[in-house]
Every structure is written in C-alpha cells, then in structure tokens.
Design a protein around this ligand. Structure first.
Ligand SMILES: C[S@@+](CC[C@H](N)C(=O)[O-])C[C@H]1O[C@@H](n2cnc3c(N)ncnc32)[C@H](O)[C@@H]1O
Length: 529
C-alpha cells in the first residue's frame, strides 16, 4: 500500500517513478538517510551514552550510527537494514534511542494541545487506532513535524495481508489463509471507519482521510512498532526500526548458549519472553544482556543489545517474536522459506479435537513435516476410544500406544495430507514453475514480455494476466505500471506461501510413511523411529 506524499524515494520502493537516474536516486536516498541519522544523533540516538555531543557536531560518514552500526542494503534479507560497523560481542549495547525521539500517542497528547483536546472526545478508539491517527497527523504536518527526517524515510508501500486484492487473496488457495487475509482487510476497514470523525475533527487533508492512507499507517504500525510499557500500541522508534528479522530458533544456538529467546518484538508485543532449555542456569543480569533489548525506565531510552557475535559488515538482526509465515505476512508483509515457527493446519473431525484437552491451535504440522506433539497425542487418544482412561497418561507423555494405534494415526495424517494436496487447484510443481517464471521478470519490463512469460506458466498465471488487463498485450511495448508490478509481487508472495504449505504436507507424507514402516518392521527400519 502506498502513501503518495512528501516522502523521498526509499530503497524499499524500487518502482517509485522519477526522472532521476539510478545514481541520482541512490544519492538522494543516502542524503535523506544521512539527514535522519544527523537528526537522530542530535536527539541522542547513538550506540553509547556519551555519543550525543561527539556525533551531533561531526559529519556523518557512510550512514554510520556511532561506531557500531551502519545503514546498509541486504537484497535477500529484508532490504534496508543495519550492518555491524565493527566486530560486535554478544550482549554489547548496540543502540539506544531516547524516549524523546520515540513517536508515541502519549508524546502528542502531552505536547500538542489541539490533538489532545480532540482525542479525548473519542475514548472508544483503541490504542493502535490512536497511533495510526497520530502517525497520519504528524505526516500531515510535513516539514513542520519534529519527526520529519524520520517520516521521510519510511517505506512508501507495504505488502501486508490487508493490502491483497481479491485475486491475490484467492491465490493462497487454502481456506484458512484466504480467511485470514479477508479478516485482516475488513478489520482494518472498520478501524478506519471508526476513526473518521476524529481525523475530520483534526482537519486531515483529503488524501490523509482515505482508506489507502489508513492502510499505509496501519501497516507502518504493525510492521515497525516496538513494545513500550505505557501503551499497548507500542512506539515508532526511529533508527531502531531499521533492524530486520531473524526467526527465533534459527541462529540463536551459537555454541555455549542454549537459550531459546522469543525476545523483543515489533508489532507491540512484549520483550524478552524467554524459555530456557532444561539445565540452563543464567543469572538475571546475563539474561537481560542476552535479549535483544527493551525500554529502560532508568535511563528513559530504548536499548538494543547484540544477541550473538557479529563480524564487521554482517547484518545485525532482531527476533521480533515467533511467527508463522501467515502471521509474518499479516503483520510484516514477508515470509521466510525456512521458518522453524511455521505451522500447517489440517482440518480434523470435531470428534478428534475433543479427544484431548489440547487447544486446536496446538494441533498442526511443523514446517519439517512432523506432526506436533498435541496433534499426535490427540490422534493417539482418538484412536483408542475404549481405553482412553487407562492409556491417557502414556499418550500425554508423547509415547506411542501400540503398533496398531500408531499405524492408524500415521495413516490418518498421511491420508489427510494427500487429500488436501489433491484438492488444491495447482500442484507443487506448477507453483514451482510459476515462481521460477516470476524470478525471470526483471525491472523494467514490458507488458509484452510479461505476457510471453506468464502465458507459458499455467496454473493461475493466465488469470493474473486477465485480472490485470494484460491478456491481449502480446505486442505491447508499454512498460508495466507500478500497480501491476506491486500486484505481481503480492501474487508471488501468495504462491510462495502455498508452495511452502504443500512442501510441508509432502514432507509430512514421507514422515508418516517412514514411521509406519518403522513400527511395522522395527528390526529393519527401527532407526526411522
Ligand atoms: C522493522 S522494519 C525493518 C527495516 C526495513 N527493512 C526498512 O527498510 O525500513 C520491518 C520490515 O522489514 C522487512 N523485513 C524485515 N526482516 C525481513 C526478512 N528477514 N526478510 C524479508 N523482509 C524483511 C519487512 O518488510 C518488514 O515489514
């Protein structure tokens, strides 16, 4: 979703049309970022407590923040992000952002009289609606906003679920994913409608009153806010919101550290929710230092710490929280092909769900194809209707109950997975072909070129051409519009999601097949158990 306005081109906005050459655009982007870093430095955004005086007067070099981080571009891992400007040790303080630099509703309530008076008339608006209004209100001030250097560097558009059109939503193919997108869209639309009166009272210009502007603000908030203790909507944290995401569980287990950190979360969730593996004996202080960070009441600043060792030049990442790919798409507009927190749900009969005390959300298949603990326990109990009392305690420890029981359970999951795969409109091979085809489309591209590429791909590629009015463009040398390029990108995200979903189901089929063999012939295939 794009907000047309005062922003300068951002690196996340490759197709924003301007007449500048690529070098001119890059130079402008760097200048705009340098403006923001200089502004931030003057406010005390730095890598140490003493850096404010030192850096506010000196010229900013190479988009550096103090001597620890620099803004850099990582095309395959989040785009614009923060790189280590020196070797960083685990637990190092890498960035602090003073409270005065955080953009929060509270700040506006305390400093802007007309805003505060108007907001008090709308007690029914939620904290996140108020933060959306606050953001658009500040955007409306243009150069007069205290946060102008920060606001000019926000992305112009987002690809969160609520921005998907009907075709893009249907491209998920799986009911619960389509439903998640529709729900996200209608929730945001109704939040926008409820906020209209306040925005009109605040005399928003017409462009800022639109659903398009609201979608932009709402995606900015869902993808960039950090948790603060005084507002459940969180805060916008200049510079601190440039960290890209690494899924907890991927690279945290480095050497001696066995902690699983759920950690600091964007999207206004709590920081440092941590689960230690058995036997881990960390002191409170070391726990604090190992987490990504949080708002420190003592020094009134948001503090970020390195959660692992980084070599100079490496991207410094944060774990925003544990999200499935669908949740990542909903809140952040991206997904990860390797996501240890991803889950695939297969619908089961109601009688199955009631066989155990586990909630339905825990009954899923892990991204690697293994059924979850709760799904296995529940199905094992369901398959022993007459003995539930006597074997319940065994099932709840995760033990398989008998050869016959295990074969029934694995057979059921296998059948269910196969049936789902068969019922979907495209095969995993077709999805793979579509994704490889889209990869070949390079910017700038013409309608003719995209027509040629997509007509050969099958699946829903023809539908994409039709929906976008490209079915007759086999000879058109016109460049693809920005709107179609954005739609192509979102469609690709949906195809990537369903491709990953199908891969998990196929891996689950192999897992169940191996497991059936292993329980049937333990002497020959016992190592598969
Ligand atoms: C908090 S911002 C991070 C900075 C952002 N890249 C920028 O240019 O402003 C979060 C957004 O960065 C992008 N992002 C973060 N981590 C990513 C990753 N691992 N892969 C792809 N995109 C990522 C997503 O667009 C997400 O909504």
């Amino acid at each position: 979703m794009e907000l047309e306005g005062k922003q300068k081109p951002g690196k996340q906005d490759p197709e924003k049309g301007t007449e500048d050459s690529n070098e001119d655009q890059e130079r402008k982007i760097d200048e705009s970022l340098q403006d923001m870093l200089r502004w931030g430095s003057a406010l005390g955004i730095s890598d140490s407590s003493s850096a404010k005086m030192a850096t506010s007067t000196k010229k900013m070099h190479d988009l550096c923040i103090g001597c620890t981080l620099s803004v850099s571009y990582f095309p395959k891992a989040g785009g614009r992000g923060l790189a280590a400007a020196r070797d960083i040790v685990k637990g190092d303080l890498i960035l602090r952002v003073p409270k005065s630099a955080l953009l929060t509703t509270q700040h506006l309530l305390l400093t802007d009289g007309p805003f505060s008076t108007a907001v008090h008339g709308y007690p029914y608006l939620s904290p996140s609606q108020l933060l959306c209004v606050s953001l658009l209100y500040e955007m409306g001030k243009g150069q007069d906003s205290n946060w102008h250097p920060y606001l000019s560097n926000l992305p112009h558009h987002y690809d969160t679920l609520a921005t998907f059109n009907q075709f893009e939503m249907q491209s998920f193919q799986v009911d619960y994913a389509v439903c998640a997108a529709e729900t996200a869209k209608s929730r945001i639309e109704s939040e926008w409608q409820q906020s209209q009166l306040l925005m009109r009272e605040l005399k928003f210009r017409s462009g800022f009153l639109t659903l398009r502007a609201w979608l932009w603000a709402s995606a900015t908030i869902s993808s960039r806010t950090l948790h603060v203790p005084w507002d459940e909507a969180g805060c916008l944290c200049p510079v601190g919101d440039l960290f890209n995401y690494a899924a907890p569980g991927i690279e945290l287990h480095d050497g001696e550290d066995t902690m699983v950190i759920r950690s600091l979360q964007f999207n206004s969730l709590c920081i440092s929710e941590r689960t230690d593996e058995p036997g881990s004996e960390q002191s409170d202080t070391s726990v604090q230092r190992l987490t990504d960070g949080g708002f420190d009441e003592n020094i009134k600043a948001y503090c970020f710490y390195a959660r692992k060792i980084y070599k100079k030049g490496e991207q410094v990442l944060l774990g925003y929280g544990t999200y499935t790919n669908l949740e990542l798409l909903e809140f952040y507009g991206f997904l990860l092909s390797e996501n240890p927190n991803d889950k695939v749900y297969v619908g089961l009969e109601t009688s199955v769900y009631s066989s155990s005390s586990f909630p339905r959300e825990l009954m899923y298949i892990h991204q690697n194809g293994k059924p979850s603990f709760a799904l296995l326990c529940t199905l094992r109990l369901w398959a022993t209707p007459n003995k539930r009392r006597s074997v319940g305690h065994l099932a709840y420890t995760g033990t398989h109950l008998s050869t016959e029981n295990e074969i029934i359970v694995m057979g059921l999951i296998l059948e269910k997975s196969m049936a789902i795969l068969k019922s979907l409109p495209t095969s995993i091979e077709e999805d793979h072909r579509i994704l490889s085809g889209i990869e070949k489309i390079h910017d700038p591209t013409t309608s003719m070129e995209i027509h040629r590429l997509l007509s050969e791909l099958g699946g829903d590629s023809l539908a994409f051409l039709e929906i976008n009015g490209l079915q007759d463009s086999s000879e058109s040398t016109q460049c693809l519009s920005r709107k179609i390029k954005r739609s192509l990108y979102r469609w690709k995200l949906a195809v990537e999601w369903r491709h990953r979903y199908k891969k998990t189901l196929l891996d689950c089929v192999s897992y169940c097949t191996r497991r059936i063999k292993a329980v049937q012939y333990p002497a020959d295939f016992g190592d598969l158990l």
